[in-house]
Design a protein around this ligand. Structure first.
Ligand code: FE2
Ligand code: FE2
Length: 365
């Protein structure tokens, strides 16, 4: 008998020997148990299949010539539920063995012509053990990686959740700081959503418009009170600081990948259709349509809500400004859609009557 060369942990490897000759199974069991394997025996092919269905063995030593079913049938059956088991087919002497061509078609890892010496068979079993061991290492590594990925995903998700909470808070901070524009982002979000719907845009687009509307001025959190709340006209240095809010908003929002699209829209909400806007001065269709829609809604709310620096402009004035800016400051299609929506301004006003105080969680993204 060959000395055990594969290492001391053969007990970790289980063998099923299935042969209708009980002397053969007993001999194999004695041989491989001595080599340190865990060996079970079975002489009935059907019972053998059931036992392999009940528990997984690493290696099957399978007799070819059996009754009532032959080894090839057993292989096909076992492969329906166990693709991993290593199968070594034991054939009788040459005249009784299936042709090599037929053996090739079987899903087995090796075959052995029965003879007095088992060392050849043991070599075959050892090479199976080596590859099973490698497969186990790979599997353990993969499982470990899966587990780590899962933990990482969970971490990202919870980080993402708490960051979204921070952004929501920032938005409320911005809205709460300025008494005269309170509820501005809610109204802009609502107007913009109505425009997008009137333009017949798909749901995903409308949802982006709604969320970007809510957060479009979140970058104003970086503007000091002395400028944001200044009652008089802003000087150019102060105005420049205000003009940084789309980029600040972009930075805040793009830190979270789920907000990438929203961040882009927020960045462009002060661009103008004719290219005279900021921060990049891009024109027409080069900006995102969602941003062009928000720009119309934003301008309208700025004109119609009470502002410190502008006395309660009338609805007619605002309407007139939209028409004047159509194709200049504003995307004409978005203006046309909004003019349609504004025909029911009274309804619209009621819709936006929910102010920051009455805002519910569903209205948040
Ligand atoms: Fe803005
Ligand atoms: Fe705004």
């Amino acid at each position: 008998m060959r000395k055990n060369k594969v290492g001391a942990q053969q007990l970790d490897f289980s063998i099923m020997t299935l042969d209708d000759d009980p002397i053969m199974t007993a001999t194999l069991q004695a041989y491989f148990t001595t080599s340190g394997y865990m060996v079970d025996v079975e002489t009935d092919p059907y019972r053998g299949i059931e036992r392999m269905r009940d528990r997984h063995y690493d290696i099957l030593l399978l007799d070819f010539l059996m009754s009532p079913i032959m080894g090839d049938r057993v292989i096909n059956e076992v492969r329906t539920f166990d693709k991993e088991i290593y199968i070594i087919l034991l054939t009788g002497h040459k005249s009784m063995a299936p042709p090599v061509r037929a053996l090739r078609e079987l899903d087995i890892q090796g075959y052995y012509e029965k003879n007095e010496r088992f060392d050849q068979l043991e070599l075959l079993v050892e090479s199976c053990v080596k590859s099973i061991r490698q497969m186990r290492i790979i599997k353990a590594y993969r499982d470990d990686l899966d587990e780590k990925n899962k933990q990482l995903e969970k971490m990202y998700a919870s980080l993402g959740d708490s960051y979204v909470d921070v952004i929501k808070t920032l938005r409320l901070v911005v809205d709460a700081r300025d008494l005269y524009t309170r509820g501005h982002s809610d109204r802009v979000s609502h107007y913009a959503l109505r425009i997008a719907r009137a333009m017949g845009r798909e749901e995903g687009f409308c949802e982006r418009v709604r969320i970007a509307g809510l957060f479009h001025d979140v970058g104003k959190v970086a503007v000091p009170d002395s400028i944001l709340l200044k009652p008089g006209k802003l000087n150019s240095a102060e105005y420049e600081i205000i003009m940084m809010h789309p980029e600040k908003g972009y930075q805040i929002l793009s830190a979270i990948s789920a907000f990438d699209d929203i961040a882009e829209i927020v960045l462009e909400h002060h661009e103008r259709y004719d290219g005279s806007g900021y921060p990049r001065g891009i024109a027409g269709e080069d900006t995102r349509e969602e941003a062009r829609i928000i720009s119309v809604a934003d301008a309208f709310d700025a004109m119609t809500s009470n502002r410190l620096y502008r006395d309660n402009l009338t609805f007619d004035y605002a309407l007139n400004q939209l028409v004047t800016g159509r194709g200049g400051q504003f995307d004409p299609e978005a203006v046309d859609a909004f003019l349609g929506v504004l025909k029911e301004y009274d309804t619209l006003k009621q819709e936006v009557a929910w102010t920051f105080g009455q805002q519910t969680e569903e209205q948040m993204p």
